[in-house]
Design a protein around this ligand. Structure first.
Ligand SMILES: [Fe+2]
Length: 183
């Protein structure tokens, strides 16, 4: 079994994890679970004692992930993502339900729908969403294809909760899409 040591945490983060555990343990379907978790995460966003200074450290080459918590039973995990201006994900979807909360700055998201295109498929952009500091959004597969970037001028920091232990899986991504897509 793979174990992950989370070096350091905060009192507020531990409290948030306990709140999320209670919500997940209700055993609701993925969509309602994600919405409950989004509602729990929102009041903590932007609190100066939520994260440690090292959780704000970025990487000049790509957006950076800091693991904050992995539940021992694999039920959920939390990460902080640090985005320098312009940093972007590929187009992807997810292995499980998830919540994105913006702790600092804003996340710029383009959502897509997969449509048949002859023998293959293409991605049609359906919505552009900006999630600002203090806001959280929930998603549950299927229909969760998106691309995220930091379109602001400062560093963005977001807290993500996933309905799986992504430290065991290695990623929150189910599939990367290299199909033709609306820009
Ligand atoms: Fe994503």
């Amino acid at each position: 079994m793979t174990t992950t040591t989370i070096a350091a945490t905060t009192v507020r983060l531990r409290a948030l994890v306990a709140e999320i555990r209670e919500a997940v343990d209700r055993g609701l379907p993925p969509g309602p679970t994600a919405q409950l978790v989004a509602d729990l995460l929102t009041p903590h966003l932007g609190a100066p004692d939520l994260l440690l200074p090292e959780h704000h450290e970025g990487d000049p080459d790509r957006y950076r992930q800091h693991v904050l918590h992995a539940e021992p039973d694999g039920g959920f995990s939390l990460v902080a993502l640090v985005w320098l201006p312009g940093q972007i994900t590929p187009i992807h979807d997810h292995v499980a339900w998830g919540v994105t909360g913006v702790h600092q700055g804003a996340e710029y998201e383009r959502r897509y729908r997969l449509v048949p295109d002859g023998p293959s498929a293409r991605l049609v952009a359906t919505e552009d969403v900006i999630t600002r500091q203090g806001e959280a959004s929930a998603f549950a597969p299927p229909g969760d294809i998106h691309r995220v970037h930091n379109g602001g001028t400062g560093t963005a920091v977001s807290v993500h909760v996933y309905g799986a232990d992504i430290t065991r899986l290695g990623t929150s991504v189910r599939r990367l899409y290299r199909l033709p897509a609306d820009a």
